[in-house]
Design a protein around this ligand. Structure first.
Ligand code: SF4
Ligand code: SF4
Length: 227
């Protein structure tokens, strides 16, 4: 009885060792396949694999062959439209004038979890009364955690998240505190960076304007109809 029990466990052990060995072998074959594919892929695209966006997209897709290590900075991953890094401020050009969308309402500064935004509102030079326009606007980019809350909460679509992540510098003091000049971007920049969001916002804005115009027209027509 004891002998046969030993015999069974011995057979099980042998089976396990056999299966384990097979798995390692299979893994090595897969690795070897990727290794060979890398050279085949390199020859296929010759020296231009990092240059053409189509080839880069192919290599980063599920059809890509070989090793998938991104050779940064020669090669960079394609950034999805909703990728977010440091925020920027939008201004519009109306009649040749730079017009900030930001009204310095301060909502973004309030909702910012690490409190890295601070704003100085503009005051009228004569009356000293506040004007809905930022005089100064700062973001400490070392503290910003790229959460996007500021952009989500801004009621005026004035602050949006940028894609640019290559911001490293040797200055660890004031260079990473972005002022308004460094944060300002034209509306066209936002439209090219996030075309889907931009189109949706413009559509909603146009619908809102149309509703307001219809309401105004109805209000103007009402007294005329009474008389
Ligand atoms: S960016 Fe938006 S939320 Fe922030 S102060 Fe300006 S208008 Fe207000
Ligand atoms: S992305 Fe987040 S952390 Fe950065 S400024 Fe906006 S709210 Fe603050």
């Amino acid at each position: 009885m004891t002998v046969s029990s030993h015999g069974n466990s011995g057979n099980e052990e042998k089976g396990k060792i056999k299966m384990y060995g097979l798995g390692v072998l299979k893994g090595m074959v897969v690795t070897l396949g990727h290794f060979v594919d890398t050279y085949v892929d390199d020859i296929r695209w010759l020296s231009s694999k990092y240059v053409s966006p189509e080839k880069k997209a192919y290599r980063q897709s599920t059809k890509g062959k070989g090793l998938f290590t991104v050779q940064y900075p020669d090669e960079k991953l394609n950034i999805p439209e909703r990728f977010r890094y440091i925020p920027f401020l939008i201004y519009e050009e109306k009649d040749g004038k730079h017009e900030d969308r930001c009204t310095s309402c301060g909502i973004c500064a309030k909702v910012c979890p690490p409190q890295c935004i601070w704003i100085v509102r503009t005051n009228d030079a004569v009356t000293n009364r506040p004007i809905p326009q930022p005089k100064e606007f700062y973001i400490d980019t070392d503290i910003c955690m790229n959460c996007g809350y500021c952009a989500e909460y801004c009621p005026f679509d004035a602050i949006k998240m940028d894609h640019n992540f290559e911001l490293a510098s040797f200055d660890r003091t004031t260079a990473h505190i972005y002022d308004k000049a460094k944060l300002d971007r034209p509306l066209s920049y936002y439209a090219s960076l996030r075309p889907t969001d931009y189109a949706a916002e413009e559509k909603a804005r146009a619908e809102e304007e149309a509703k307001k115009a219809a309401k105004k027209a109805a209000a103007a027509a009402a007294p005329a109809a009474k008389s």
